[in-house]
Design a binder for this molecule. Structure first.
Ligand code: ADP
Ligand code: MG
Ligand code: MG
Length: 950
């Protein structure tokens, strides 16, 4: 007998042949390695790994050596690859071996059998493990205990099964009890094994009609009989009786006895793990996260280490940095005298990892070294699992940790400053969307914990807001005017609600998707928005909103988290993002905000890398100011019609539409001209010489008209006309399919005087601003062009007005006239159109609708199903349909350049703020993208990523 006790004496060779001091020594040697060297050195695969023998199914790891390495995730699974990698870099990993994902594939292709070579290979690997640790499976003197763990290429947390303490049986438990001098630990391990094996391998699970897992029921019975609450308070006798009851339960439920032979147990467990790849949970998970079924799982068989050996033992999980904030603090929790999933299972409340410094100072110190070592090696924040056995630390898992957008930015930028990664790596690593988290207001973390969640919907406008409930735009404006924060709660929104939306802190709708009016406007304004919170019943008459049995009334507080898509009753405290405080509000000293500084560094790195210019979609000087503060280099789209909803303008607009003769129309237009001119003056001044693409009137006219009886009566009175006349005109203007109706340049063709008024407003504004010494660069854009002649006619008007105003004001204009490419015909005859157009801007919202023949506003009822069936991969209204719509864009680009090689190409659809679409725009060689102000940083980062991806 080699060992006197089961416990390995500290001076003898421990399980992995890495003593604490050795490990510390190695960690020191690796102290300040250049980022590149470390990974190259440590991940260099052995010759074996480089040219794996044919039909090699088993990879050993232990004693500082491993057949595999961290790059072999497809073959070894994420867990197996990183266990090998951790072993290679000298971390204390219990020895074991990985059975490859190829065996899983074979298993399913061959009626759940194994490749003939597997048995021998497992035997050989097991012998190596046995030799390394000086114990053998099923041995009477030194029994080896194992864990059998699943591990797919991408982590599927909790989806598949793990079996611990394998090798236990009626005989082994006694030996372990004696050798460890700790019978409680031995029997605790046995009962855990019986439970896991019974559940996972033998299928003893909850039956229909049962409320609890049968093993849990037994545990409760035993605890109750013993009069204890915590499982750690159970005596050896309690545990013994639990073991008996477990064995009986297995026999009763399966008709089979629990297998006493450890080898049989091992193969049973391996089979169960491969089998679990196709359990319902795992299948549903893979579907949700788009993990191919063919990938398969690997199986890891590993020497057990024990966190349940008493008060000097523990098990825990940790992140090397805070995954919520990104702060460089060690973040995690552990449980003393516990095993495996106890930490997450909630049987006892775990302790924060900081407390470990007090409870187990030596292990804690070592864990901190490991933390440092892991980060230096993997060069990313790690999510790790560890076990402490009698004060000795063992590493059981590591992987790149999941994190919030906020943390993603902080961690990457900090790591550049720590010289752990390069700037390019930081740019590539941060999901571009993360930046919207950085700009959004936030809920106070304490405050949200005590709030009551009443509904969930689509996270349409990131950020958090709290305020009084209002149900219409008018009330929103009035209450906001009094200085009250309001939340506009609507079934859905329309352009009529715009003023209310501006006044509100957040918009909450019960209906509508990510591209609904509410969502679109919210994004453009950077407003917090949750839409489609279908659990809410909104009653405009009673002025109530009901969720379940809770009814809130106008004026009550409600809170909306547009980042998470959640709605809370009552008030939750919020704070402005620091970036906005610095850049937009200019209230915060940039030097005082680390968040801002990280943002600014990242943006400057991105700007160096990118080729694509970023503009903004903005209709007001305010939006321009915000967007340029975020780095926009001009306006890619000003929607002039949005200006007609403000104040009394809508009345003049309605008068114009109702006009029955040219003279009447001109009179009304003359009233609109000064408003519109004033708007453009504001915009040009704010742009300070940057270009502004301004679109002429686009939407169908009926959108401007009063639809309800009372609105019509109101207007009739204001205009001094009979209500009949208004009603008739509204009916006349009714269209069956307004999206394909009288809109876009068709309006300008029918009513040239509208285009003329708009052109005049633009140039008069430009003249006035230029006289103040500020340059202007108007780019007038004609929407919805399909026929070259449409554009020709509109351009004639614009050019004529430009020269008239130039003469009147004695100012020279630097302007362009171009068109939107937003219907397929326009793309197909782009060569002809480019003879007149100086630029193309892809209006991908309409181009998607017309190319797909699919209305954006009606697609909500079937698109989700399409995505589920993978007919479409993404929502084409959020991410450009590259193969269809994208093809048309390329056609238009090529044709356009044929007649006008220097033609300027950009995009102004909502897609301009979507990272995937931005990358596509880079690849097809556009010169700029345009997006809502708060998406500008996202687009800048995505453009840099596109350039670096090449
Ligand atoms: P999951 O993929 O669900 O996280 P794991 O295979 O990581 O499953 O196993 C879950 C837990 O079981 C681990 O976090 C660890 O606490 C415990 N465990 C697994 N293998 C061992 C082992 N060899 N020794 C001790 N505990 C282990
Ligand atoms: Mg795990
Ligand atoms: Mg359009």
């Amino acid at each position: 007998m080699r060992f006197v006790s089961f416990r390995i004496p500290a001076h003898r060779v421990p399980l992995p042949k890495v003593l604490l001091f050795e490990y510390q020594f190695m960690a020191k040697k690796l102290k300040k390695p250049s980022a590149k060297k470390v990974s190259a050195k440590a991940t260099k695969p052995t010759k074996k790994a480089q040219s794996p023998k044919k039909n090699r199914y088993v990879y050993y790891f232990g004693d500082g050596k491993a057949d595999g390495d961290g790059k072999m995730k497809p073959l070894l699974g994420g867990k197996g690859a990183n266990l090998a990698e951790m072993t290679r870099i000298g971390l204390p990993v219990p020895p074991g071996f990985t059975i490859t994902t190829e065996v899983c594939t074979y298993f399913y292709e061959n009626k759940k059998s194994y490749p003939p070579e597997l048995n021998e290979q497992v035997k050989a690997a097991l012998a190596k493990v046995e030799k390394s640790v000086g114990k053998r499976l099923a041995d009477r003197d030194n029994p080896l205990l194992l864990s059998v763990r699943s591990g797919a290429r991408d982590s599927m947390p909790g989806m598949m099964d793990t079996i611990l303490n394998l090798g236990m049986n009626d005989e082994v438990v006694e030996i372990v009890a004696e050798k460890s001098g700790n019978p409680r630990f031995a029997w605790d391990s046995y009962r855990r094994f019986l439970q896991m094996y019974g559940d996972v391998v033998m299928g003893v699970q909850k039956r229909e009609g049962e409320d609890h897992e049968p093993f849990e029921t037994v545990i409760e019975e035993v605890k109750h009989a013993a009069g204890v609450e915590k499982d750690t308070d159970l005596s050896v006798d309690d545990l013994k009786s639990m073991v008996e009851k477990f064995k009986k339960l297995i026999k009763e439920r399966t008709g089979k006895a629990f297998p006493q032979n450890p080898h049989e147990q091992m193969w049973g467990s391996i089979g169960a793990v491969f089998g679990s790849w196709n359990n319902d949970r795992a299948i549903v998970y893979r579907r949700k996260y788009n993990i191919p079924h063919e990938w398969g799982t690997a199986v890891n068989v590993q020497t057990m280490v024990f966190g349940n050996r008493g008060d000097a033992s523990a098990t825990g999980v940790a992140f090397t940095r805070d995954p919520a904030t990104g702060e460089k603090v060690f973040y995690g929790e552990y449980l003393i005298n516990a095993q495996g999933e106890d930490v997450v299972a909630g049987v006892r409340t775990p302790h924060p990892v900081a407390l470990l410094a007090k409870e187990m100072p030596a292990a804690h110190k070592e864990l901190l070294l490991v933390r440092d070592h892991l980060e230096k090696h993997f060069r990313d924040m790690q999510d790790l699992e560890f076990t402490i056995e009698e004060n000795r630390l063992f590493m059981l898992q590591t992987r790149n940790g999941k994190r919030t957008g906020f943390a993603a930015v902080r961690i990457a930028v900090d790591m550049v400053n720590e010289k752990l990664i390069t700037r390019e790596e930081a740019i590539k690593r941060i999901p571009a969307d993360s930046l919207s988290h950085l700009l959004a207001p936030i809920f106070d973390r304490q405050s949200v914990k005590s709030a009551k969640k009443i509904a969930t919907g689509l996270a349409a406008g990131p950020g958090a807001a709290s305020g009084h409930i209002v149900f219409n735009a008018k009330d929103a404006v009035e209450m906001a005017h009094k200085g009250q924060p309001v939340i506009l709660v609507r079934v859905e929104t329309s352009p009529e609600d715009l003023r209310g939306m501006i006044a509100a802190e957040a918009i909450l709708t019960a209906r509508g998707g990510v591209s609904s009016h509410a969502a679109l406007v919210a994004r453009q304004m950077g407003k917090v928005c949750v839409c489609g919170a279908s659990a809410l019943k909104i009653d405009y008459v009673q002025k109530t909103v009901t969720a379940g049995d809770l009814t809130l009334t106008e004026g009550d507080f409600i809170s909306v988290d547009g980042t998470a898509g959640e709605v809370y009753a009552g008030e939750v405290k919020t704070a402005h993002s620091e970036v906005v405080q610095v850049l937009v509000e200019k209230k915060l000293d940039p030097k005082k905000s680390q968040t801002f500084q990280r943002f600014a560094s990242l943006m400057s790195w991105a700007d160096k890398a990118r080729k694509l210019e970023v503009r903004t979609n903005a209709d007001t000087p305010d939006q321009v100011a915000t967007a340029t503060a975020f780095g926009a280099k001009g306006i890619g789209l000003t929607r002039t019609e949005h200006m007609f909803f403000e104040g009394d303008r809508i009345d003049a607009m309605r008068e114009m539409i109702l006009a029955e003769s040219l003279d009447e129309r001109k009179t009304a237009l003359a009233k609109l001209l000064p408003f519109q001119r004033q708007d453009f003056i504001g915009i040009f001044q704010e742009l300070k010489g940057l270009p502004a693409t301004i679109r002429t009137l686009d939407p169908p006219l009926h959108e401007f008209l009063p639809q309800t009886e009372s609105q019509q009566a109101d207007l009739a009175q204001k205009l001094g006309v009979p209500i009949e006349k208004i009603r008739r005109r509204v009916e006349e203007l009714h269209e069956f399919n307004p999206m394909l109706g009288h809109r876009g340049c068709r309006l300008g063709i029918s009513f040239p005087e509208v285009t003329e008024m708009q052109a005049r407003a633009i140039f008069e504004a430009a003249a006035e601003v230029q006289k103040k010494g500020i340059k202007t660069r108007p780019e007038i854009m004609i929407p919805l062009v399909g026929f070259p002649k449409e554009l020709k006619l509109q351009i004639e008007i614009v050019n004529r007005v430009a020269s008239e105003v130039a003469k009147e004001s004695k100012v020279r204009f630097n302007y362009l006239v171009g068109t939107m490419i937003e219907i397929p015909r326009g793309a197909l005859v782009a060569d002809k159109i480019a003879e007149d157009a100086q630029f193309f801007s892809f209006g991908t919202n309409d181009l998607t609708q017309t190319t797909l023949g699919m209305s954006r506003d009606d697609s909500g009822s079937f698109l989700p199903h399409y995505q589920e069936l993978e007919i479409v991969k993404n929502n084409p209204f959020a991410t450009i349909d590259q193969t269809g719509v994208g093809k048309l864009m390329e056609v238009a680009r090529d044709l356009g350049r044929k007649s006008r090689p220097e033609i300027k190409l950009g995009i102004c659809g909502e897609h301009g703020g979507d990272p995937e679409s931005v990358k596509f725009c880079h690849r097809i060689g556009l010169s700029y993208v345009s997006c809502s102000p708060f998406r500008v940083p996202v687009a800048r980062l995505a453009a840099a990523q596109a350039a670096l991806e090449g």
